[in-house]
Design a protein around this ligand. Sequence first.
Ligand code: NAP
Length: 328
Amino acid sequence: MKKRIVAFRRLNEQQIAQLREQFHVDYFPALNGVDDPGFREALAEAHGLVGASLKITPELLDEAPHLEAIASISVGYDNYPVDELTRRGILLCNTPDVLTETTADTGFSLIMATARRVVDLAEFVKRGDWKESIGEAQFGCDVHGKTLGMIGMGRIGAAVARRGALGFGMNILYSYASPKPELEAELGARRCEMDELLEQADFVCVTVPLTPETTHLFGAEQFARMKTSAIFINIARGKVVDERALIQALKDGQIRGAGLDVFEQEPLPSDSPLPHMANVVALPHIGSATHETRTAMAQRAVDNISLALTGERPISLVNEPAWSARAR
Ligand code: NAP
């Protein structure tokens, strides 16, 4: 008997066909949420789950007694109760590396777009407001040669820092990460306390995962420490930032602007002031969203679940202890 997989969202036809060679697959391409009755029915029989952007709770796991592995099409795994999965012996796989450079590109485009005001000035032209040579009211600020402060210096953080140091001659500070001697040698990066970083950086870019420890890592106190000329970039997770404090800091001119790919609530609620603020560039969580990278991420998830359900070690495993327990 073939093992059963429930797949949802973001997989292409070839990937579903590949899974169907080995497994019985119930596919929900446009799954709207965990309340879908067909999804719940399929989950009750499933050995594997593969998909993206769905909050998995212990209560949902109670309804999936045969589940052996989950392959998330993401590197972040804040949607999953990792300890609970490990306790139940369920492997959790993610998709690091394949999205690193693309997400760093998104981060850097937010740095450029906010500093040079690409979005609001493009709107200015579209509205027909460009009637004479532009003046100071349309000036932005330089990126090259400035100080880039990275909060988190993992795969994506290092890729953003590399762009800044090697492409734009930026000075790199980093915080909220263990020492990285190789990056310090390669990029001239310097590790410092977060307060020092906030006080010195012209651009502060957040790339830490969302964990209990990093939830609301940024609040009123942190924005108050930043330079009034500084720009805040978040390509990690919205909940790392107290959004009300960010909105207030932007309104009060405590910081110059913000480039945001992620928000406390997604999609962004219609009453959020953020997309309407001239000093904000707000994107709809597109960090990894290119054709090439999303295909590669889905393929990594397909490979992970296939390996996990055939007793082999997945390529990218979040909860190593679940695998070790299985090997014993
Ligand atoms: P990573 O390689 O694991 O890097 C995470 C960095 O954060 C590391 O420098 C790590 O420190 C540091 N860190 C600080 N506190 C931490 C904590 N409590 N737990 C774990 N790490 C902590 O991850 P990545 O691949 O760069 O991805 C980072 C995050 O970006 C993901 O978790 C995800 O939420 C987000 N992301 C967003 C998008 C998007 O679409 N906008 C796309 C991809 C990823 P050490 O260096 O000491 O380990």
